[in-house]
Design a protein around this ligand. Structure first.
Ligand SMILES: Nc1ncnc2c1ncn2[C@@H]1O[C@H](COP(=O)(O)OP(=O)(O)OP(=O)(O)O)[C@@H](O)[C@H]1O
Ligand SMILES: [Mg+2]
Length: 565
């Protein structure tokens, strides 16, 4: 929630905002500059000011405080009237000096049009013409408010675990998630593997939920179907063979806090029904028990499947889907989709991997070999990535110099494993680059000319970038050993490795497993296309998934493998 201060001598804008922008906290309106200054001193976190222009207020309340000289000239009454008609700009002028970073929207009516230029001169964030049409006024004001607030969060706390970048789209997403986090309703997080769903649930949503209970995460793709009920809802001793003791479920552990159900698409229809009851009534029954338990959780779910399609094909209950608050589902963009922010992402993630212990030590070792000045206390040396040599040598920061062709190669790369893969790639990149330099330095005499170049600039060789990217390239067309080759008759030709097993059955399972894994690679993880190839039915993806489960293939692992270098 953002807090907004309205400075206005009437209640007009206050009423408009209360009615049409209930999601923001409105401070009591200030009627003149003095009240505004008091309010700003008292409420330090004001995000935005809405400022009227025309103030019909007593002479004593008008700015400037010392009006004697102004009023001495000409007609006193007219001078006062002029002051009242432009009072907002006097206030703005003052605010600019006392609160230079505070965004201000000046609200003018048509009569005040000439004031536009002044508002601009005084750096108003924006000005809005009100048309005396409540609905239209509220709409345009709201658009401006949202736009400005989205820009205002442009510099999130530097140590925020999830990096949002600088695009307006991501900052709007951050705001939206912040609002959803504080609400009572469940949140659906969608997005490909490695886009940060788990990270956001744990590090962003839960801390902002203002809930005192713990954060509990469960990855439903790793729990066998027959144990899932007990895992979620708990089990009473003797409920089934193997239930040798009563056990608390994750629901009970998350009481008062946040429950994060990852890969929610793996929940069986029966358990979906039970989860629905939790959301509706806050009640559930442990396996084997007759007593209902009461629970209070904030539910966050994630999936990279299409839940709406699952509803259509009967694999996901519609009533549960509706309860999960699908209207506000948040889709986390892939790395490719954040291309407009790529330079900032690169810089940020490089700095992050530079702080990993192994890389941090390498950087420090390099810095000490080359006479740079790392920060005291073994802290990581700041590093950044650049495409041109910075003009001035720096002894306190390292600059990795990336060739423009490498920058382009990275920006245009597919990155199927998104940020997880990106992070691993960058970590490898700086490790390999630095290890070579550190090893070399041990062979070089201190006065050697190769030491004469700028020690704070470390070129990243395009060859190293290429060599690291190549193994991660996804096979585009079925080819060779890793995937299947078209046999010319609508089939795929593959090669397999036959290994001795304890039984013929085990041998055929092993071959089937290889088939499934190859097909998964071949079709980029698209279960529908796999089903098309195997059964001629692209809607049978679930069958394929079940079969893979039975064969002990961990889809998660395959996804990771696709995403990792
Ligand atoms: N915006 C981000 N800022 C910083 N790190 C990120 C960001 N997004 C992803 N990461 C990194 O990528 C890793 C993977 O993120 P996370 O596990 O949240 O992905 P996910 O969407 O849950 O993937 P999966 O679907 O495979 O579970 C994180 O541990 C983190 O290191
Ligand atoms: Mg995850």
């Amino acid at each position: 929630m953002s807090s907004i201060l309205i400075i206005d001598d009437t209640d007009k804008y206050w009423e408009l905002c209360t009615r049409f922008m209930p999601e923001h906290e409105l401070l009591p309106p200030a009627r003149n500059y003095r009240e505004a200054a008091e309010s700003l001193a008292k409420h330090r976190g004001v995000d935005l000011v809405l400022l009227d222009v025309h103030f019909d207020i007593p002479e004593d309340d008008l700015l400037p405080e010392d009006k004697a000289e102004l009023l001495a000239k000409g007609d006193r009454g007219r001078a006062l009237e002029r002051l009242r008609r432009a009072q907002g700009l006097h206030i703005l002028d003052r605010l600019r000096r006392t609160h230079p970073d505070l965004p201000v929207i000046v609200m003018t009516s048509r009569d005040d049009l000439p004031l536009e230029a002044d508002a601009e001169r005084l750096n108003a964030e924006d000005y809005t013409y009100l048309l005396d049409d409540e609905y239209l006024d509220a709409r345009s004001l709201r658009l401006q408010v949202e736009g400005i607030l989205a820009r205002r969060v442009r510099a999130p706390a530097p140590d925020e675990p999830f990096y949002w970048g600088e695009s307006t789209r991501m900052l709007a997403l951050r705001r939206r998630l912040g609002i959803l986090a504080r609400g009572r309703l469940p949140i659906i997080l969608l997005g490909g593997t490695g886009t940060g769903k788990s990270l956001i649930a744990r590090e962003f949503i839960h801390p902002r939920s203002q809930r005192t209970g713990p954060f509990v995460a469960v990855d439903l793709s790793t729990i066998p179907n027959d144990l899932m009920g007990a895992h979620l809802f708990g089990v009473i001793k003797g409920a089934y063979t193997g239930a040798t003791a009563s056990r608390e479920g994750v629901l009970a552990r998350a009481h008062g806090g946040t429950l994060f159900l990852d890969e929610i698409g793996n929940l069986s229809l029966e358990l979906q029904k039970q989860l629905l009851v939790v959301l509706q009534d806050g009640r559930y029954t442990p396996v084997g028990s007759v007593d209902e338990r009461i629970v209070d959780i904030k539910l966050v779910v994630a999936t990279n499947e299409n839940l709406a399609t699952m509803v259509q094909t009967g694999r996901f209950r519609e009533d549960l889907y509706m309860r999960l608050n699908p209207a506000t589902a948040v889709v986390l963009p892939s790395l490719r989709e954040r291309g407009d922010d790529f330079a900032a992402l690169l810089d940020e993630f490089l700095a992050r991997v530079g702080r990993e212990p192994y890389n941090r030590d390498l950087v420090l070792q390099y810095a000490s070999q080359r006479g740079l000045q790392p920060p005291a206390g073994g802290e990581a040396m700041p590093i950044s990535i650049t495409r041109s040599v910075p003009p001035r040598p720096d002894t306190k920061r390292l600059h990795f110099l990336l060739h423009p062709s490498s920058f382009k190669a990275l920006r245009d790369f597919e990155w199927p494993g998104n940020f997880r893969q990106f992070e691993m790639f960058l970590s490898n990149l700086i490790t390999l680059t630095l290890v070579e330099l550190v090893d070399q330095a041990e062979l070089v005499e201190p006065g050697d000319p190769s030491h004469a170049i700028r020690p704070d600039v470390i070129p990243i060789l395009p060859r190293v970038v290429r060599d690291l990217l190549r193994p991660m390239e996804m096979p585009r067309a079925p080819a060779g050993e890793a995937a299947g080759a078209d046999d010319g008759a609508g089939g795929l030709r593959m090669t397999f490795v036959v290994r001795p097993q304890e039984s013929l059955n085990a041998v055929s399972c092993d071959l089937e497993r290889q088939t499934m894994e190859r097909l998964y690679e071949n079709y980029g993880g698209d279960l529908g296309r796999m089903a098309e190839a195997l059964l001629g039915d692209s809607a049978a993806g679930r069958k394929v998934q079940l079969r893979m489960n039975q064969l002990g293939i961990k889809l998660r692992k395959l996804k990771r493998r696709r995403g990792s270098p």
